[in-house]
Design a binder for this molecule. Structure first.
Ligand code: C5P
Length: 219
């Protein structure tokens, strides 16, 4: 029937690299739900939608057509047929995504789409799904749930290494701001599922995080 591994946690916790590594090791598909919120945000910015106008974001939430890749080696994402894998990582989208992901209609639509992608992956063995609300909302029945954390310093250092032209201090501030915005909403995507295993990645390198998750899968 297929395995679902839920990997939740804030940005910089090492979620993406670990999730892809686990999917690769187990021959599973991989879904980056953050990329989906980023892609819808990119579309809203392209259309000039005012980010303070939640009613318009809600009304147009169904318009962008997403094509979401699930190959852990190259998980591309397209909106209305155009690849947006690069632009969705830019600072414009990163600064706007919390406002878009806070709109319930956006969440409802993307959660539905995520469940469809998960169901489609089950016959081939399963899928590793990374995000904020996978263990709590998207796949509450997932047999393996991991909640990754890391110190604010470690998270900022990792993000700074991934991005050009930024500093650890600037990243620490930007991440604290995004966490705060992500936490003040009806559906709290930073809430840890009661049955998730918390894994503090601060002292671990990538291979150690992957090994720990693989150990949880085998339990
Ligand atoms: O994981 P990533 O940092 O790419 O996620 C970008 C944003 O998408 C988060 O800051 C959050 O606002 C939103 N998000 C969410 N629920 C998810 C995944 C991401 O609300 N499952």
């Amino acid at each position: 029937s297929g395995l679902v591994v839920a990997m939740d946690g804030p940005s910089g916790s090492g979620k993406s690299s670990a999730s892809r590594g686990v999917a690769r090791a187990l021959g599973l598909r991989y879904l980056d739900t953050g990329a989906m919120y980023r892609a819808v945000t990119w579309w809203m910015l392209q259309r000039g939608v005012d980010l303070a106008d939640a009613a318009t974001i809600a009304a147009r939430a169904g318009e962008p057509a997403l094509t979401v890749g699930t190959d852990p080696d190259s998980p591309g994402i397209a909106v209305d047929g155009a690849d947006v894998s690069g632009p969705i990582r830019g600072s414009e989208v990163t600064g706007a995504v919390s406002a878009v992901s806070a709109v319930p209609e956006v969440r409802r639509r993307l959660v539905d789409l995520q469940r469809e992608i998960i169901a489609a992956a089950l016959p081939s063995g399963g899928i590793v799904v990374e995000g904020r609300d996978i263990g709590t909302v998207v796949a509450p029945d997932a047999p393996v749930k991991v909640y990754l954390t890391a110190s604010a310093e470690a998270r900022a250092v990792r993000r700074t290494a991934e991005l050009a032209g930024t500093t650890v201090e600037a990243q620490r501030a930007a991440m604290a701001r995004r966490d705060a915005l992500d936490s003040t909403r009806t559906i709290d995507p930073l809430a840890k599922a009661a049955d998730a295993v918390e894994l503090d990645t601060t002292p671990l390198d990538l291979d150690e995080v992957i090994a720990e998750v693989l150990r949880l899968v085998k339990e």
